[in-house]
Design a protein around this ligand. Structure first.
Ligand SMILES: C[S@@+](CC[C@H](N)C(=O)[O-])C[C@H]1O[C@@H](n2cnc3c(N)ncnc32)[C@H](O)[C@@H]1O
Length: 444
């Protein structure tokens, strides 16, 4: 039970109060939650059973934020975080939970989403898929301050950067990029300028896409070429923020991703699932959900074919749709065997570039598919879900990295007569509050 300390008021506008609270649970964003009067207080880095004194921050729609000013009693259900940056870095929020509690919390987030969607059923026990050091894709923030480059992630609740020295989540090759970025980008960024470094560990080497503000002069170009050598990159590209297309700076080796037995030359910075283990778990769940072929599957929000190509390998014909032209072009190259394909081809795959928010596949168009896989970005796919709900497709497999938008879209499917058959929660984003899931729906 939460206890009030002094005569603190939770009304906005009053002087900042301090409260003594007992944390009751961990909320959807990974913060501990305590009840204070009629309000909920979200206290980062705490677990159920912690007794803390907090200073109250501003109100949000859901409650108040509280920052710990004193630990009164620590719960027995906390472990020492493995990363020295934990608590400051905004990347991980849940390193202080014992693994069973951590996995149970992630599974619970999916069950809460099912409840919100009005669906009966429970997520299967979570698959802990991404081991420490297993993450193969990252976006670092980089900024020049005077004569130094700071490279890492945003601090918790702030735009300030943590100069990251180690990261137990990332593949060690990606962590090793950080000192090279610090040395090299001093000749690329002016004081105060910022860049984003999107790095993927692919077959063939690291693909690094730098997104920055400036035009590259000769010194900057030479510095980037030296960066590619020093970090032994496979490919380095530069994209001024104002432009959408990256320009190649160094292509030292071909880089590709194996998907369904085919080597796909993904575009610079192109989307891939965050870890190989996570990708394998999602592919297995999608194949099991769709079931045995033959027939035609629609893969909506297909990217470069993470699901299309394994489905084709399993004997399905696949129609892959995505709004990102370079990602889809990489898939089209292996589908058609056009020049640029590295190894293998997938003649059973057709592709279509289309904005599925503005122009979802209609119920009529969906009629030719035996099954549909859809894997939208975090915003979900409510327009596409509405067309699916009106369609005759027998099986819909929803892949989602956001339980909240999944709940909204699942409610639409269920309203159209789909029955939830199974849900699997996958832990692809180690120690963060993000949860990935695969849900299988059928209509009889
Ligand atoms: C979560 S990724 C999944 C990609 C792919 N299924 C995979 O696993 O690699 C979401 C995909 O949705 C695409 N996308 C985002 N908004 C879109 C839209 N409005 N219409 C079509 N595709 C969109 C992105 O280009 C991206 O490839």
């Amino acid at each position: 039970m939460a206890r009030r300390h002094r005569s603190a008021s939770l009304k906005p506008g009053k002087p900042q109060a301090e409260l003594e609270l007992t944390i009751g649970m961990i909320g959807a964003r990974g913060d501990g939650v305590a009840v204070a009067g009629d309000d909920r207080v979200f206290v980062p880095l705490t677990v159920a059973g912690d007794r803390v004194r907090v200073s109250l921050g501003p109100s949000s729609g859901e409650g108040r934020r509280g920052e710990v000013t004193a630990w009164l009693e620590q719960s027995s259900r906390r472990v020492a975080p493995v990363c020295p940056h934990f608590g400051v870095c905004g990347g991980c929020t849940l390193q202080h939970l014992p693994e069973p509690d951590y996995l149970a919390w992630k599974r619970e987030q999916v069950n809460v989403a099912l409840g919100r969607a009005g669906l009966s059923g429970e997520a299967a026990p979570i698959i802990a898929t991404t081991p420490p050091g297993g993450r193969r894709r990252v976006s670092f923030s980089v900024s020049r301050r005077g004569k130094a480059i700071v490279a890492g992630f945003s601090c918790r609740l702030s735009h300030r950067l943590v100069d990251v020295l180690e990261c137990p989540v990332l593949a060690p090759h990606l962590v090793a990029l950080l000192p090279v970025l610090r040395r090299s980008l001093i000749d690329v960024l002016a004081d105060g300028e910022k860049a984003e470094a999107v790095a993927s560990l692919l077959d063939g080497g690291i693909d690094l896409l730098l997104i920055g503000p400036s035009k590259l002069d000769l010194t900057a170009r030479l510095a980037l070429a030296a960066l590619a050598e020093a970090a032994d990159l496979g490919r380095l590209s530069w994209q001024p923020e104002s432009k959408t297309a990256p320009e190649p700076v160094a292509a030292r080796r071909p880089v590709w991703a194996w998907l369904g037995g085919v080597a796909v030359a993904v575009p610079p910075g192109g989307f891939l699932q965050a870890s190989l283990e996570g990708q394998a778990a999602l592919i297995d769940a999608v194949l099991a959900g769709v079931g045995p072929g033959p027939g035609v599957v629609g893969d909506l929000f297909a990217g470069s074919g993470t699901f299309s190509l394994p489905l084709a390998q399993a004997g399905w014909r696949v129609h892959a749709v995505d709004g990102n032209a370079p990602a889809l072009a990489a898939l089209a190259r292996v589908a058609t065997g056009l020049p640029g394909a590295l190894a293998g081809s997938a003649p059973g795959v057709t592709t279509e570039g289309r904005n599925l928010d503005a122009r979802p596949l209609t119920a009529l168009e969906l009629g030719r598919f035996s099954a549909v896989v859809f894997d939208p970005p975090r915003a979900g796919a409510v327009a596409q879900a509405a067309e699916l709900a009106a369609s005759t497709v027998a099986v819909v497999v929803a892949v989602s990295c956001n339980p909240a938008t999944f709940a909204r879209d699942a409610r639409v499917l269920s309203g159209g007569g789909y029955r939830l058959v199974s849900v699997l929660a996958v832990d692809q984003f180690l120690w963060s509050a993000h949860v990935e899931l695969v849900a299988v729906f059928r209509r009889d």
